[in-house]
Design a protein around this ligand. Structure first.
Ligand code: HEM
Ligand code: HEM
Length: 183
């Protein structure tokens, strides 16, 4: 399903860039905080911040997936060859999947930590219990999926960079704010 617009809508563009910024922030926080001394105030502060931004990201991911199912993206230019179309489509769907699995695995691991998970200081309903095994399992999934997500982003960025290198800036313009955007 595609639309005959030549650009993504303003809503899709805002969600795309907002989430890209949050994602980079979450990776930075995630890698930094795991090396902080266990039991320190700094560690728990950064964990709290990472979880709040991560849960916000989960809500945005839900909105984005619903938006994507109900709003067709612009059709790719004819110059994009068959296999590149398929690769771009596959990468986009895997990115959506990773955007859901990543925060979900973090949230489930946190629910088995024995502490209440909070979002911006507000405690969420505490349905989990203290289970080091389940906490470790979902932490492993969270770390593995962060590696998968990173690989997908690299493939995604390589695709965009390849278009620009070939002199086709239209692909990037489709996702940039400005003229012809529509909600
Ligand atoms: C898209 C959203 C998220 C991204 C991209 C993300 C990314 C990361 C990364 C890169 C790490 C470091 C992994 C490593 O050790 O190499 C990490 C760790 C962690 N994340 Fe997330 N995260 C997200 C959402 C969440 C959420 C929603 C929660 C919980 C509510 C969460 C809880 C944690 C915890 C507890 C750790 C530490 C794991 C450990 O002890 O090794 N994350 N995250
Ligand atoms: C600086 C970093 C980024 C750049 C330059 C970039 C650029 C783009 C561009 C140009 C498109 C439109 C492709 C087309 O016309 O078909 C696009 C689409 C997309 N991007 Fe990114 N992107 C970046 C980061 C990210 C990140 C971090 C994610 C997700 C985690 C992401 C997820 C997506 C998805 C899912 C689409 C497809 C939208 C759809 O058609 O459903 N992007 N990106």
């Amino acid at each position: 399903m595609t639309s005959n617009q030549d650009k993504y809508s303003n809503t899709a563009i805002v969600l795309h860039w907002l989430m890209a910024i949050l994602l980079i922030t979450l990776f930075g926080l995630g890698w930094y905080m795991v090396d902080l001394p266990k039991g320190s105030d700094e560690r728990s502060w950064f964990f709290g911040l990472h979880k709040s931004i991560g849960l916000t990201m989960a809500l945005l991911a839900l909105v984005r997936v619903v938006w994507r199912f109900t709003h067709a993206p612009p059709e790719l230019p004819e110059t994009v060859a068959g296999f590149k179309r398929k690769l771009a489509g596959l990468t986009h769907w895997l990115l959506y999947l990773a955007m859901i699995i990543q925060p979900l695995s973090g949230y489930i691991s946190s629910s088995f930590s024995g502490y209440k998970t909070k979002i911006w200081g507000v405690p969420l309903p505490h349905w989990g219990w203290k289970s080091p095994e389940l906490n470790e399992l979902f932490t492993d999934i969270h770390v593995a999926s962060s590696v998968a997500l990173l690989c997908l982003v690299i493939v995604h960025l390589s695709g965009v960079a390849a278009h620009i290198y070939e002199g086709d800036k239209q692909i990037l313009r489709r996702m940039m704010p400005g003229k012809n955007g529509n909600c």
